[in-house]
Design a protein around this ligand. Structure first.
Ligand SMILES: Nc1ncnc2c1ncn2[C@@H]1O[C@H](COP(=O)(O)OP(=O)(O)OP(=O)(O)O)[C@@H](O)[C@H]1O
Ligand SMILES: [Mg+2]
Length: 488
Protein backbone atom coordinates (compact mmCIF):
# COMPACT_ATOMS: atom_id res chain seq x y z
CA UNK A 1 0.00 0.00 0.00
CA UNK A 2 1.19 3.48 -0.80
CA UNK A 3 -0.70 6.45 0.46
CA UNK A 4 0.14 9.73 -1.24
CA UNK A 5 -0.34 12.35 1.44
CA UNK A 6 -1.81 15.59 0.23
CA UNK A 7 0.75 18.38 0.06
CA UNK A 8 1.44 20.00 3.40
CA UNK A 9 -0.87 17.56 5.08
CA UNK A 10 -0.21 16.22 8.57
CA UNK A 11 -0.96 12.52 8.11
CA UNK A 12 -2.87 12.26 11.36
CA UNK A 13 -5.20 15.06 10.40
CA UNK A 14 -5.65 14.01 6.79
CA UNK A 15 -7.15 10.64 7.57
CA UNK A 16 -10.11 9.47 9.55
CA UNK A 17 -9.40 5.85 10.50
CA UNK A 18 -12.36 3.61 9.74
CA UNK A 19 -11.41 1.69 12.88
CA UNK A 20 -11.27 -1.48 10.78
CA UNK A 21 -7.58 -2.30 11.13
CA UNK A 22 -7.09 -4.32 7.94
CA UNK A 23 -8.85 -1.63 5.89
CA UNK A 24 -7.00 1.30 7.44
CA UNK A 25 -3.70 -0.38 6.69
CA UNK A 26 -4.44 -0.71 2.96
CA UNK A 27 -5.82 2.85 2.92
CA UNK A 28 -2.61 4.15 4.45
CA UNK A 29 -4.39 5.43 7.56
CA UNK A 30 -8.08 5.60 6.80
CA UNK A 31 -10.61 7.60 4.80
CA UNK A 32 -9.57 11.06 3.66
CA UNK A 33 -10.88 13.35 6.39
CA UNK A 34 -13.95 15.47 5.58
CA UNK A 35 -14.82 12.99 2.86
CA UNK A 36 -18.06 11.48 1.64
CA UNK A 37 -17.84 7.70 1.36
CA UNK A 38 -20.46 5.47 -0.24
CA UNK A 39 -20.84 2.09 1.43
CA UNK A 40 -22.69 -0.21 -0.96
CA UNK A 41 -23.95 -3.75 -0.72
CA UNK A 42 -26.94 -6.06 -0.87
CA UNK A 43 -29.25 -6.86 2.09
CA UNK A 44 -27.66 -8.44 5.18
CA UNK A 45 -24.13 -8.04 3.87
CA UNK A 46 -22.85 -6.03 6.85
CA UNK A 47 -23.36 -2.36 5.94
CA UNK A 48 -24.92 -1.45 9.27
CA UNK A 49 -22.27 -3.39 11.21
CA UNK A 50 -19.47 -1.62 9.30
CA UNK A 51 -21.07 1.78 9.93
CA UNK A 52 -21.57 1.00 13.60
CA UNK A 53 -17.91 -0.04 13.86
CA UNK A 54 -16.85 3.22 12.16
CA UNK A 55 -18.81 5.30 14.67
CA UNK A 56 -18.12 3.20 17.75
CA UNK A 57 -14.35 2.95 17.30
CA UNK A 58 -14.18 6.53 16.07
CA UNK A 59 -15.61 7.53 19.40
CA UNK A 60 -13.84 5.06 21.71
CA UNK A 61 -10.41 5.09 20.02
CA UNK A 62 -10.21 8.58 18.54
CA UNK A 63 -12.68 10.65 20.61
CA UNK A 64 -14.77 11.54 17.53
CA UNK A 65 -18.42 12.25 18.23
CA UNK A 66 -20.79 10.38 15.94
CA UNK A 67 -24.33 10.65 14.62
CA UNK A 68 -26.32 7.79 13.11
CA UNK A 69 -29.25 8.78 10.92
CA UNK A 70 -31.62 5.90 10.34
CA UNK A 71 -34.46 5.72 7.86
CA UNK A 72 -35.05 2.04 8.41
CA UNK A 73 -34.27 0.79 11.90
CA UNK A 74 -35.60 1.98 15.24
CA UNK A 75 -33.23 3.10 17.96
CA UNK A 76 -34.09 0.09 20.13
CA UNK A 77 -33.53 -2.41 17.32
CA UNK A 78 -30.22 -0.76 16.37
CA UNK A 79 -28.92 -0.68 19.96
CA UNK A 80 -29.93 -4.26 20.59
CA UNK A 81 -28.54 -5.64 17.31
CA UNK A 82 -25.25 -3.82 17.64
CA UNK A 83 -24.79 -4.95 21.22
CA UNK A 84 -24.46 -8.53 19.95
CA UNK A 85 -21.40 -7.38 17.96
CA UNK A 86 -19.86 -5.74 21.03
CA UNK A 87 -20.82 -2.11 20.28
CA UNK A 88 -22.40 -0.49 23.33
CA UNK A 89 -24.09 2.61 21.90
CA UNK A 90 -26.35 3.10 24.90
CA UNK A 91 -23.25 3.85 26.96
CA UNK A 92 -21.82 6.23 24.35
CA UNK A 93 -25.14 8.06 24.16
CA UNK A 94 -25.35 8.44 27.92
CA UNK A 95 -21.82 9.85 27.91
CA UNK A 96 -22.86 12.44 25.33
CA UNK A 97 -20.64 11.06 22.58
CA UNK A 98 -23.22 9.58 20.25
CA UNK A 99 -26.64 10.43 18.89
CA UNK A 100 -29.16 8.30 17.04
CA UNK A 101 -31.57 10.13 14.74
CA UNK A 102 -34.62 8.15 13.87
CA UNK A 103 -36.06 9.77 10.72
CA UNK A 104 -38.78 7.30 9.82
CA UNK A 105 -41.21 10.10 9.21
CA UNK A 106 -39.16 11.72 6.49
CA UNK A 107 -41.91 11.55 3.90
CA UNK A 108 -44.29 13.71 5.89
CA UNK A 109 -41.64 16.20 6.91
CA UNK A 110 -40.28 16.76 3.41
CA UNK A 111 -36.68 16.82 2.29
CA UNK A 112 -35.72 20.40 3.23
CA UNK A 113 -36.79 19.75 6.80
CA UNK A 114 -34.76 16.52 6.92
CA UNK A 115 -31.65 18.21 5.55
CA UNK A 116 -32.08 21.03 8.04
CA UNK A 117 -32.50 18.52 10.87
CA UNK A 118 -29.30 16.62 10.00
CA UNK A 119 -27.26 19.80 9.43
CA UNK A 120 -28.35 21.25 12.78
CA UNK A 121 -27.66 18.02 14.63
CA UNK A 122 -24.14 17.67 13.21
CA UNK A 123 -23.33 21.33 13.90
CA UNK A 124 -24.81 21.51 17.43
CA UNK A 125 -23.30 18.20 18.48
CA UNK A 126 -19.92 18.83 16.84
CA UNK A 127 -20.01 15.43 15.12
CA UNK A 128 -16.88 14.31 13.32
CA UNK A 129 -18.51 11.19 11.89
CA UNK A 130 -21.94 10.78 10.34
CA UNK A 131 -23.72 7.75 8.92
CA UNK A 132 -26.84 7.94 6.75
CA UNK A 133 -28.58 4.56 6.71
CA UNK A 134 -29.65 4.43 4.05
CA UNK A 135 -29.34 7.00 1.31
CA UNK A 136 -31.41 4.65 -0.85
CA UNK A 137 -34.33 4.85 1.60
CA UNK A 138 -34.03 8.62 1.87
CA UNK A 139 -33.84 9.03 -1.91
CA UNK A 140 -37.26 7.41 -2.25
CA UNK A 141 -38.70 10.51 -0.61
CA UNK A 142 -37.22 12.86 -3.19
CA UNK A 143 -39.95 14.24 -5.44
CA UNK A 144 -37.75 15.67 -8.17
CA UNK A 145 -34.65 13.95 -9.59
CA UNK A 146 -32.51 17.05 -9.01
CA UNK A 147 -33.27 16.91 -5.25
CA UNK A 148 -30.88 13.98 -5.01
CA UNK A 149 -27.99 16.05 -6.35
CA UNK A 150 -28.91 19.03 -4.19
CA UNK A 151 -28.93 16.82 -1.12
CA UNK A 152 -25.58 15.20 -2.00
CA UNK A 153 -23.91 18.54 -2.59
CA UNK A 154 -25.33 19.92 0.66
CA UNK A 155 -23.96 16.94 2.58
CA UNK A 156 -20.61 17.14 0.81
CA UNK A 157 -20.26 20.92 1.06
CA UNK A 158 -21.84 21.82 4.36
CA UNK A 159 -21.46 18.66 6.44
CA UNK A 160 -18.23 17.12 5.17
CA UNK A 161 -16.15 20.09 4.09
CA UNK A 162 -17.50 22.90 6.25
CA UNK A 163 -18.18 21.01 9.46
CA UNK A 164 -15.25 18.63 8.94
CA UNK A 165 -17.53 15.62 9.37
CA UNK A 166 -16.60 12.45 7.46
CA UNK A 167 -19.80 10.86 6.20
CA UNK A 168 -20.76 7.31 5.29
CA UNK A 169 -23.67 7.09 2.89
CA UNK A 170 -25.18 3.63 2.81
CA UNK A 171 -26.34 2.53 -0.60
CA UNK A 172 -28.55 -0.54 -0.98
CA UNK A 173 -27.76 -2.64 -4.03
CA UNK A 174 -29.59 -5.68 -5.34
CA UNK A 175 -27.57 -8.87 -4.90
CA UNK A 176 -27.32 -9.51 -8.66
CA UNK A 177 -25.42 -6.24 -9.02
CA UNK A 178 -22.52 -7.83 -7.13
CA UNK A 179 -21.77 -10.24 -9.90
CA UNK A 180 -22.69 -8.21 -12.94
CA UNK A 181 -20.90 -5.04 -11.93
CA UNK A 182 -22.71 -2.46 -9.86
CA UNK A 183 -25.09 0.00 -11.46
CA UNK A 184 -23.66 3.34 -10.59
CA UNK A 185 -25.79 6.14 -9.22
CA UNK A 186 -25.23 9.86 -8.79
CA UNK A 187 -23.85 9.36 -5.28
CA UNK A 188 -21.10 7.09 -6.63
CA UNK A 189 -19.77 9.90 -8.83
CA UNK A 190 -20.09 12.60 -6.18
CA UNK A 191 -18.45 10.56 -3.39
CA UNK A 192 -14.73 10.65 -2.58
CA UNK A 193 -14.69 6.94 -1.96
CA UNK A 194 -16.72 3.80 -2.61
CA UNK A 195 -16.56 0.64 -0.53
CA UNK A 196 -18.43 -2.44 -1.71
CA UNK A 197 -19.36 -5.20 0.68
CA UNK A 198 -20.17 -8.56 -0.86
CA UNK A 199 -20.92 -12.09 0.18
CA UNK A 200 -20.24 -15.22 -1.79
CA UNK A 201 -19.03 -18.79 -1.58
CA UNK A 202 -15.54 -20.24 -1.62
CA UNK A 203 -15.07 -23.99 -1.24
CA UNK A 204 -18.87 -24.16 -0.67
CA UNK A 205 -18.48 -21.96 2.40
CA UNK A 206 -19.51 -18.38 3.16
CA UNK A 207 -16.94 -15.76 2.24
CA UNK A 208 -17.33 -12.03 2.82
CA UNK A 209 -15.41 -9.59 0.66
CA UNK A 210 -14.76 -5.86 0.95
CA UNK A 211 -13.64 -4.03 -2.16
CA UNK A 212 -12.22 -0.53 -2.13
CA UNK A 213 -13.70 0.56 -5.44
CA UNK A 214 -12.59 4.15 -5.33
CA UNK A 215 -10.70 6.33 -2.87
CA UNK A 216 -9.61 9.75 -4.02
CA UNK A 217 -5.98 10.59 -3.22
CA UNK A 218 -4.97 7.02 -2.48
CA UNK A 219 -2.95 4.63 -4.56
CA UNK A 220 -4.31 1.36 -3.28
CA UNK A 221 -2.31 -1.72 -4.14
CA UNK A 222 -4.64 -4.16 -2.43
CA UNK A 223 -8.26 -3.49 -3.22
CA UNK A 224 -9.92 -6.73 -2.13
CA UNK A 225 -10.03 -7.77 1.51
CA UNK A 226 -11.95 -10.51 3.26
CA UNK A 227 -14.00 -9.66 6.31
CA UNK A 228 -15.96 -11.29 9.08
CA UNK A 229 -18.78 -10.11 11.32
CA UNK A 230 -17.68 -12.36 14.18
CA UNK A 231 -17.44 -10.18 17.29
CA UNK A 232 -17.74 -7.06 15.16
CA UNK A 233 -16.40 -6.01 11.78
CA UNK A 234 -12.83 -7.15 11.02
CA UNK A 235 -11.11 -7.09 7.62
CA UNK A 236 -8.03 -8.98 6.44
CA UNK A 237 -5.42 -8.09 3.86
CA UNK A 238 -2.84 -10.50 2.42
CA UNK A 239 -0.96 -12.91 4.66
CA UNK A 240 2.09 -11.32 6.22
CA UNK A 241 4.98 -13.22 7.77
CA UNK A 242 6.16 -11.83 11.10
CA UNK A 243 9.46 -12.16 12.87
CA UNK A 244 9.65 -13.17 16.49
CA UNK A 245 11.27 -10.28 18.31
CA UNK A 246 12.02 -11.94 21.65
CA UNK A 247 11.93 -15.73 21.25
CA UNK A 248 10.59 -17.85 24.09
CA UNK A 249 10.23 -21.56 24.66
CA UNK A 250 7.04 -23.15 23.33
CA UNK A 251 4.46 -23.58 26.07
CA UNK A 252 2.48 -26.83 25.81
CA UNK A 253 -1.28 -26.64 25.29
CA UNK A 254 -3.27 -29.02 27.50
CA UNK A 255 -5.23 -31.82 25.80
CA UNK A 256 -9.00 -31.94 26.07
CA UNK A 257 -10.34 -35.37 27.15
CA UNK A 258 -10.19 -37.78 24.21
CA UNK A 259 -8.12 -35.36 22.09
CA UNK A 260 -4.58 -34.29 21.40
CA UNK A 261 -4.22 -30.54 21.32
CA UNK A 262 -2.99 -29.24 17.97
CA UNK A 263 -0.65 -27.00 20.01
CA UNK A 264 -2.70 -23.99 18.92
CA UNK A 265 -5.71 -22.73 20.88
CA UNK A 266 -7.33 -21.39 17.69
CA UNK A 267 -6.87 -24.62 15.78
CA UNK A 268 -8.23 -26.60 18.77
CA UNK A 269 -11.29 -24.37 18.78
CA UNK A 270 -11.82 -24.77 15.03
CA UNK A 271 -11.70 -28.57 15.41
CA UNK A 272 -13.91 -28.64 18.52
CA UNK A 273 -11.14 -29.78 20.85
CA UNK A 274 -8.20 -30.79 18.65
CA UNK A 275 -7.30 -34.08 16.95
CA UNK A 276 -9.09 -37.15 18.39
CA UNK A 277 -6.73 -39.68 19.96
CA UNK A 278 -5.87 -42.50 17.60
CA UNK A 279 -6.87 -40.44 14.56
CA UNK A 280 -5.32 -40.40 11.10
CA UNK A 281 -5.42 -36.75 9.99
CA UNK A 282 -5.16 -35.38 6.46
CA UNK A 283 -3.91 -31.84 5.90
CA UNK A 284 -4.36 -30.89 2.27
CA UNK A 285 -2.20 -28.04 1.07
CA UNK A 286 -3.26 -25.94 -1.90
CA UNK A 287 -1.05 -24.43 -4.59
CA UNK A 288 0.90 -21.31 -3.62
CA UNK A 289 0.86 -22.13 0.08
CA UNK A 290 4.34 -21.53 1.41
CA UNK A 291 6.21 -23.83 3.77
CA UNK A 292 6.04 -21.15 6.46
CA UNK A 293 2.26 -21.06 6.12
CA UNK A 294 1.60 -24.77 6.48
CA UNK A 295 4.28 -25.07 9.15
CA UNK A 296 2.19 -22.63 11.18
CA UNK A 297 -0.53 -25.30 11.32
CA UNK A 298 1.64 -28.40 11.72
CA UNK A 299 4.71 -27.41 13.75
CA UNK A 300 2.85 -26.49 16.98
CA UNK A 301 1.42 -30.02 17.13
CA UNK A 302 4.93 -31.50 17.00
CA UNK A 303 6.17 -29.02 19.60
CA UNK A 304 3.22 -29.85 21.81
CA UNK A 305 4.18 -33.53 21.75
CA UNK A 306 7.88 -33.01 22.37
CA UNK A 307 7.45 -30.46 25.18
CA UNK A 308 5.26 -33.04 26.96
CA UNK A 309 7.91 -35.74 26.65
CA UNK A 310 6.20 -37.52 23.76
CA UNK A 311 7.89 -38.85 20.63
CA UNK A 312 7.52 -37.47 17.10
CA UNK A 313 8.51 -39.15 13.82
CA UNK A 314 8.65 -36.98 10.72
CA UNK A 315 8.97 -37.94 7.06
CA UNK A 316 9.50 -34.52 5.45
CA UNK A 317 7.82 -33.57 2.19
CA UNK A 318 9.80 -33.90 -1.03
CA UNK A 319 11.94 -30.91 -1.83
CA UNK A 320 12.17 -29.83 1.80
CA UNK A 321 15.63 -29.42 3.27
CA UNK A 322 15.30 -31.75 6.24
CA UNK A 323 17.53 -29.49 8.34
CA UNK A 324 14.63 -27.00 8.55
CA UNK A 325 13.12 -29.34 11.17
CA UNK A 326 16.12 -28.82 13.44
CA UNK A 327 15.86 -25.07 12.94
CA UNK A 328 12.14 -25.03 13.81
CA UNK A 329 12.94 -26.98 17.01
CA UNK A 330 15.64 -24.46 17.89
CA UNK A 331 13.34 -21.48 17.20
CA UNK A 332 10.82 -22.92 19.65
CA UNK A 333 13.46 -23.26 22.36
CA UNK A 334 13.69 -27.08 22.45
CA UNK A 335 16.91 -28.41 23.97
CA UNK A 336 19.23 -30.63 21.90
CA UNK A 337 18.57 -33.30 24.49
CA UNK A 338 14.83 -33.20 23.81
CA UNK A 339 15.37 -33.23 20.07
CA UNK A 340 17.84 -36.11 20.15
CA UNK A 341 15.66 -38.14 22.49
CA UNK A 342 12.17 -37.50 21.19
CA UNK A 343 12.44 -36.58 17.51
CA UNK A 344 13.10 -38.95 14.64
CA UNK A 345 13.50 -37.56 11.15
CA UNK A 346 13.31 -40.17 8.40
CA UNK A 347 15.39 -39.12 5.42
CA UNK A 348 16.31 -41.01 2.27
CA UNK A 349 19.96 -41.95 2.37
CA UNK A 350 22.07 -39.77 0.09
CA UNK A 351 25.69 -38.75 -0.23
CA UNK A 352 26.54 -36.01 2.24
CA UNK A 353 23.64 -36.82 4.61
CA UNK A 354 24.44 -35.43 8.03
CA UNK A 355 23.55 -38.10 10.51
CA UNK A 356 22.50 -36.08 13.54
CA UNK A 357 21.37 -38.29 16.42
CA UNK A 358 17.74 -37.65 15.47
CA UNK A 359 18.14 -38.46 11.74
CA UNK A 360 17.26 -41.96 10.53
CA UNK A 361 18.41 -42.86 7.01
CA UNK A 362 16.14 -44.97 4.80
CA UNK A 363 16.95 -46.79 1.57
CA UNK A 364 13.70 -45.70 -0.12
CA UNK A 365 13.51 -48.77 -2.39
CA UNK A 366 11.38 -51.45 -0.77
CA UNK A 367 8.36 -50.04 1.04
CA UNK A 368 7.77 -53.10 3.23
CA UNK A 369 11.37 -53.20 4.36
CA UNK A 370 11.37 -49.47 5.14
CA UNK A 371 7.99 -49.65 6.91
CA UNK A 372 9.30 -52.42 9.17
CA UNK A 373 12.27 -50.21 10.05
CA UNK A 374 9.87 -47.30 10.63
CA UNK A 375 7.79 -49.37 13.06
CA UNK A 376 10.99 -50.26 14.87
CA UNK A 377 11.79 -46.55 15.31
CA UNK A 378 8.25 -46.05 16.63
CA UNK A 379 8.52 -48.98 19.02
CA UNK A 380 11.80 -47.67 20.40
CA UNK A 381 10.30 -44.18 20.99
CA UNK A 382 7.15 -45.59 22.60
CA UNK A 383 9.19 -47.77 24.92
CA UNK A 384 11.43 -44.91 25.89
CA UNK A 385 8.57 -42.44 26.60
CA UNK A 386 5.78 -44.80 27.63
CA UNK A 387 3.51 -42.57 25.54
CA UNK A 388 1.87 -42.65 22.12
CA UNK A 389 3.65 -41.13 19.15
CA UNK A 390 2.90 -38.39 16.63
CA UNK A 391 3.85 -39.13 13.05
CA UNK A 392 3.95 -36.43 10.41
CA UNK A 393 4.25 -37.76 6.88
CA UNK A 394 4.90 -35.85 3.69
CA UNK A 395 2.84 -38.10 1.41
CA UNK A 396 4.57 -36.87 -1.76
CA UNK A 397 7.89 -38.17 -0.40
CA UNK A 398 6.40 -41.67 -0.12
CA UNK A 399 4.96 -41.44 -3.65
CA UNK A 400 8.32 -40.31 -5.04
CA UNK A 401 10.03 -43.33 -3.50
CA UNK A 402 7.48 -46.11 -3.61
CA UNK A 403 4.78 -45.03 -6.12
CA UNK A 404 1.11 -44.15 -5.46
CA UNK A 405 -0.20 -47.69 -5.05
CA UNK A 406 2.39 -48.72 -2.45
CA UNK A 407 1.89 -45.44 -0.62
CA UNK A 408 -1.89 -45.86 -0.36
CA UNK A 409 -1.68 -49.44 0.87
CA UNK A 410 0.94 -48.61 3.51
CA UNK A 411 -0.96 -45.51 4.70
CA UNK A 412 -4.09 -47.66 5.10
CA UNK A 413 -2.16 -50.18 7.18
CA UNK A 414 -0.63 -47.36 9.16
CA UNK A 415 -4.04 -45.78 9.84
CA UNK A 416 -5.02 -49.00 11.63
CA UNK A 417 -1.77 -48.95 13.54
CA UNK A 418 -2.42 -45.34 14.66
CA UNK A 419 -5.87 -46.29 15.90
CA UNK A 420 -4.48 -49.32 17.76
CA UNK A 421 -1.70 -47.42 19.51
CA UNK A 422 -3.89 -44.39 20.28
CA UNK A 423 -1.29 -42.13 18.71
CA UNK A 424 -1.74 -39.45 16.08
CA UNK A 425 -0.82 -39.46 12.39
CA UNK A 426 -0.77 -36.36 10.23
CA UNK A 427 -0.55 -36.89 6.47
CA UNK A 428 0.54 -33.78 4.60
CA UNK A 429 -0.67 -33.77 1.02
CA UNK A 430 0.73 -31.25 -1.46
CA UNK A 431 -1.26 -30.21 -4.57
CA UNK A 432 -1.33 -32.35 -7.70
CA UNK A 433 -2.82 -35.56 -6.28
CA UNK A 434 -6.61 -35.09 -6.56
CA UNK A 435 -7.39 -38.83 -6.58
CA UNK A 436 -5.15 -39.45 -3.62
CA UNK A 437 -6.83 -36.60 -1.73
CA UNK A 438 -10.15 -38.44 -2.05
CA UNK A 439 -8.73 -41.79 -0.95
CA UNK A 440 -6.77 -40.38 1.98
CA UNK A 441 -9.73 -38.17 2.89
CA UNK A 442 -11.81 -41.31 3.35
CA UNK A 443 -9.15 -42.90 5.58
CA UNK A 444 -8.70 -39.77 7.68
CA UNK A 445 -10.83 -38.96 10.69
CA UNK A 446 -9.94 -35.29 10.45
CA UNK A 447 -9.47 -33.55 7.10
CA UNK A 448 -8.24 -29.95 7.00
CA UNK A 449 -7.55 -27.85 3.92
CA UNK A 450 -5.26 -24.84 3.55
CA UNK A 451 -6.08 -22.68 0.51
CA UNK A 452 -5.10 -19.30 -0.88
CA UNK A 453 -7.29 -16.64 -2.51
CA UNK A 454 -6.25 -13.06 -3.42
CA UNK A 455 -3.08 -13.49 -1.33
CA UNK A 456 -5.05 -14.41 1.79
CA UNK A 457 -4.60 -17.84 3.32
CA UNK A 458 -7.70 -19.67 4.53
CA UNK A 459 -8.02 -22.82 6.58
CA UNK A 460 -11.13 -24.97 6.95
CA UNK A 461 -12.26 -28.36 8.09
CA UNK A 462 -13.78 -30.82 5.60
CA UNK A 463 -14.11 -33.29 8.51
CA UNK A 464 -15.43 -31.95 10.83
CA UNK A 465 -17.05 -29.40 8.54
CA UNK A 466 -16.16 -25.85 9.54
CA UNK A 467 -16.53 -22.34 8.18
CA UNK A 468 -13.59 -20.72 6.41
CA UNK A 469 -11.00 -19.28 8.77
CA UNK A 470 -8.46 -16.58 7.88
CA UNK A 471 -4.90 -17.57 8.76
CA UNK A 472 -2.57 -15.00 10.29
CA UNK A 473 0.72 -15.41 12.08
CA UNK A 474 0.75 -14.77 15.81
CA UNK A 475 4.16 -14.21 17.38
CA UNK A 476 2.97 -12.57 20.58
CA UNK A 477 3.99 -15.55 22.72
CA UNK A 478 7.59 -15.53 21.49
CA UNK A 479 7.08 -18.31 18.93
CA UNK A 480 4.98 -18.77 15.82
CA UNK A 481 1.35 -19.85 16.22
CA UNK A 482 -1.54 -19.73 13.79
CA UNK A 483 -4.16 -17.09 14.41
CA UNK A 484 -7.46 -18.22 12.94
CA UNK A 485 -10.54 -16.02 12.57
CA UNK A 486 -13.81 -17.54 11.47
CA UNK A 487 -15.63 -15.95 8.54
CA UNK A 488 -19.29 -15.54 9.52
N1 LIG B 1 -23.87 -11.72 16.49
C1 LIG B 1 -23.59 -11.85 15.19
N2 LIG B 1 -22.35 -12.23 14.80
C2 LIG B 1 -22.04 -12.33 13.50
N3 LIG B 1 -22.91 -12.08 12.50
C3 LIG B 1 -24.15 -11.71 12.83
C4 LIG B 1 -24.56 -11.58 14.19
N4 LIG B 1 -25.85 -11.17 14.19
C5 LIG B 1 -26.22 -11.05 12.90
N5 LIG B 1 -25.20 -11.37 12.09
C6 LIG B 1 -25.16 -11.28 10.61
O1 LIG B 1 -25.07 -9.91 10.31
C7 LIG B 1 -25.82 -9.65 9.13
C8 LIG B 1 -26.50 -8.30 9.22
O2 LIG B 1 -25.58 -7.31 8.96
P1 LIG B 1 -26.10 -5.83 8.70
O3 LIG B 1 -27.31 -5.54 9.50
O4 LIG B 1 -24.94 -4.92 8.87
O5 LIG B 1 -26.48 -5.93 7.17
P2 LIG B 1 -26.93 -4.74 6.23
O6 LIG B 1 -26.03 -4.77 5.05
O7 LIG B 1 -27.03 -3.48 6.98
O8 LIG B 1 -28.36 -5.23 5.77
P3 LIG B 1 -29.66 -4.37 5.34
O9 LIG B 1 -29.39 -3.86 3.96
O10 LIG B 1 -30.74 -5.37 5.36
O11 LIG B 1 -29.83 -3.28 6.34
C9 LIG B 1 -26.84 -10.72 9.04
O12 LIG B 1 -26.88 -11.16 7.71
C10 LIG B 1 -26.39 -11.80 9.95
O13 LIG B 1 -25.99 -12.90 9.15
MG1 LIG C 1 -28.61 -2.23 7.53
Amino acid sequence: MVRIPLKGCDLNKCFIPSGVEGLDSVLGGGFPSKSLIVLAGCPGVGKTVFSAHFLYHGCVDYGDKGVYVSFAESREAFYENMESFGYNFKKLESEGKFRFLDLFTVKEEGIPAVVEHILKEVADFGAKRLVIDSFTALAQAFREPHEKRVFLHTVLGKICRLQGCTTLLISEKPCEAENNGVNFSVEDFVADGIIHLKRGYLAHRLIRELEVFKMRGAQILETKLFFTLKNGFRAFSSFKAKTVSSPKRFQPQPDAPGFYSTGSPDMDEMLNGGYPRGAPVLIEIDENISMLQYHLIVVPTALNFITQGRGVIIIPSAGIDYRIVGRRAEEAGLTSNEVNNLLRLCVKDHPGIKLEPYVVAFKGVNILEDYAAYLEVERELMEKTGQPILRITGVDMLIDNYGARGTISILKVDATKIRETGGLGIMLLKPGYPKLAKILGSIAEVHVKIIREHGKVLVYGVKPRTNLHILEMDTSKGYALPKLTMIM
